[in-house]
Design a binder for this molecule. Structure first.
Ligand SMILES: C[S@@+](CC[C@H](N)C(=O)[O-])C[C@H]1O[C@@H](n2cnc3c(N)ncnc32)[C@H](O)[C@@H]1O
Length: 217
């Protein structure tokens, strides 16, 4: 069983090949509420330039770009499998040119300085190797008045999941706010979202997420 959890943890970190494709589909369902709450916090508007880090298979991109034809969306993910799936899933938008995907790590983005007014990321912070470098990179690509939205499952929930002992760095609400505020971001608000409990290994586990919105100091 532990080997299976370890393999699943590795797929959640960077979905790869056939199992990665399945993991992408699984995440769309399991993380649906979080992704919809993230988009609500991003509040996509006409002329927004929105960057997402770690969009998985890009299932929710349509919920952003369908809001207004002038919205530009870029997704960066370090999984080749997720880039391929995202491009297939959003082929129409990629063809028109308002959606692009890049194979890139969060701490080294192939993007110009000050080029996005909104940057969001859902369920990726656990895997950032260097959170300070990553936040500096976010600051670099965001416009001066740009917003950062980070969405996570907080530590007290993640700790109850058997996969998270394999390579996940977990954050409580306080730890996430401290990380952002000590790295040039001012936290604007944080919203705790309750989700229905789920059965994990025969026991009901509390589920929920945290949406933190910040701007540059
Ligand atoms: C757990 S999945 C979350 C997918 C989606 N955001 C969701 O919440 O359903 C993490 C995604 O982020 C990507 N990812 C993880 N760490 C990353 C990093 N440091 N840089 C770029 N992408 C990363 C993975 O490849 C994967 O597609």
């Amino acid at each position: 069983m532990e080997e299976q959890y370890k393999a699943f943890a590795s797929q959640l970190r960077r979905p790869t090949n056939e199992d990665g494709v399945k993991t992408g589909v699984h995440m769309n369902e399991g993380n649906k509420i979080m992704n919809l709450e993230a988009i609500k916090a991003v509040n996509p508007c006409a002329h927004d330039r929105i960057l997402e880090i770690g969009m998985g298979n890009g299932f929710f991109v349509k919920n952003i770009v369908s809001i207004h034809p002038t919205i530009v969306y870029t997704g960066c993910d370090f999984s080749e499998t997720m880039i391929e799936e995202s491009e297939k899933m959003n082929a129409e938008y990629v063809k028109i040119g308002n959606v692009r995907f890049h194979l890139a790590s969060a701490d080294k983005l192939p993007l110009k300085d000050n080029s996005y007014n909104k940057l969001f990321t859902v369920n990726t912070i656990y895997f950032w190797e260097n959170p300070i470098t990553t936040l500096n990179e976010f600051k670099r690509v965001l416009t001066a008045d740009g917003e950062l939205i980070v969405v996570v499952r907080p530590k007290h929930i993640m700790e109850n999941l058997p996969v998270t002992k394999y390579g996940f760095t977990m954050y409580s609400k306080e730890e996430l706010i401290l990380l952002l505020s000590s790295n040039n971001f001012e936290v604007l608000d944080s919203i705790e979202i309750e989700e229905p409990s789920r059965e994990v290994m025969g026991t009901m586990v509390e589920f929920g997420s945290l949406v933190v919105r910040a701007k540059q100091k």
